[in-house]
Design a protein around this ligand. Sequence first.
Ligand SMILES: [Zn+2]
Length: 234
Amino acid sequence: MYAPSAPPPPSPHPERRSRLYIAPYEGEFACDVTVLFDANGRVCFADERPEDRDVDGVLWERWEGTQTGELDWAAHFPARQCEVMEGRPLCGVCKGDPDRDERGTLWLLHAGDHPVLRPLPRSITTATPAICIPCARRAMRACQELRRGSVALRVREAPVIGVRGTLYSPTAPPLPDQVVRFEDDALRRLVARQLMRELIDAEIDDTTLMASASGPAVAAGTASAACGREAGRG
Ligand SMILES: [Zn+2]
C-alpha cells in the first residue's frame, strides 16, 4: 500500500550508489547449466550455444539477466570483466583510460589477496583491471576491504596470460577458482569466469593516490574496481 509519510529506505553508502562497470547487478546471474565432457575430453554445456565459447574455443560461464537492482561489489560480470581486460587495459570502474605515467599503468590491488606484495614478486597474476585516479580515489573511500589494505602499482608490462574458473575432472569433483594459462592443456576442462593478466616487474606507487587524496573532493559517480576480492567470487 502506498504510504506517502513512510520514511525512505536507508541509502547505501553514497560512493556505492554509483556504477562499477565490471560488477554484476542484482538482476544478473550465472545460469544453472549442466556441464559434461564431450567425446574429446573437453568440457561442454548440455545445451551449449555458439556464444558460450570465445574465439579461441574457451568455454565461459553463461550469465543472463538485466542491469537492475544493487551492484554486487564483490563479483565480476564475466563479459564486462573481459571487455576491460582484453586488449588495451581499461579502467574497470568507468571503462575509460586508466592512469598512465612514465612508470606505467596504474593498478590498485587488495593487499589482503596478495599477502606477499612487499617486497613485490616479479610476477603478480590478477583478475583486477587497471584503474584511473578518480576511480581509485573513490574505490579507496568506498571499499572497506581496500581501506583495510591495498597497494597501488605501476606496471609497464601486463599480458593477458590465462583465465580463472571452475576446473572439471571426469573422476573428481570440480575445483572452483583455478587459474589456467592459455598454453595449459587443462584449459579444455575449464569453465572460465575471468581473464587474468600477469603484472610483470611492477613497482609500488606510494605517491599518486596519497597526493590525490588531498586534492579536491569528487562527486560520487563511480566506485571501486578493485573492491571485489580477487579470490573466490572477485
Ligand atoms: Zn575510471
